[in-house]
Ligand binder design. Sequence first.
Ligand SMILES: [Zn+2]
Length: 254
Amino acid sequence: MTDAICYRDSYANRIEAKVMAVEAAVPGGGALIVLDRTVFYPGGGGQPADRGVFLRAVDGRSWQVRAARRAGAEIVHELEPDEVEPPRPGDRLEVDLDWTRRHLLMRTHTALHALCGVVWRDYGAQVTGGNMEPGSARMDFEFERMNGDLVDAIETTVNAELDRAREIRVNVLPRDEAFAIPDLIRTKINLLPAGISEIRTVEIVGLDLQADGGTHVANTTEVGRIRVTGYESKGRINKRIRLAIDDAALASGA
Ligand SMILES: [Zn+2]
């Protein structure tokens, strides 16, 4: 079982780990590496998996890691396909995330939750799905009356909420306790598999609470500002809002 550090410490981005298992590359893919512990996020909940580098200090060898994914209780890292001679079981490696990309994903993910919180609080609209890339994202809502004016108002409100320096708290709750929280029920935790005994929650204090497996920043000020970059109808009821992290606004003080 891989110790998956990202779920309890989203800021951990470099650790030492031991190689537990190695599977040779197949055509089109890279070698697969299982470690005893890792800082890589394996993807899920709309947040893509991390990338990074493995370094073997004993001989200075390094490998590019292009992705990670969950396989049962383990997190499997996939090397770039052109990496030859993968590390061996028992090797000690330095595990180094592409932190610039991951931190931008954390800001983007927290921005999406702020958007969800505002749209639910102010318009009673539920989320139906979402996806993100570093710095940009989309979120779908059951939001029949959405229009351009509302979207402008939502952008302003989300930025005001981010400015309020709201703390982000991660908790792990027993299933029964989580199912008693109304805010979690509305985000459809009842759709989670029956076998899950604990539920991880991410709370933007005073704004949003969701069952969530992703990595987030610690405070909304770290997100900075967002820009709504588009919206579209995916049907009479289902609407999509696109957003981007707006670092240009921060730089100009806008
Ligand atoms: Zn999320």
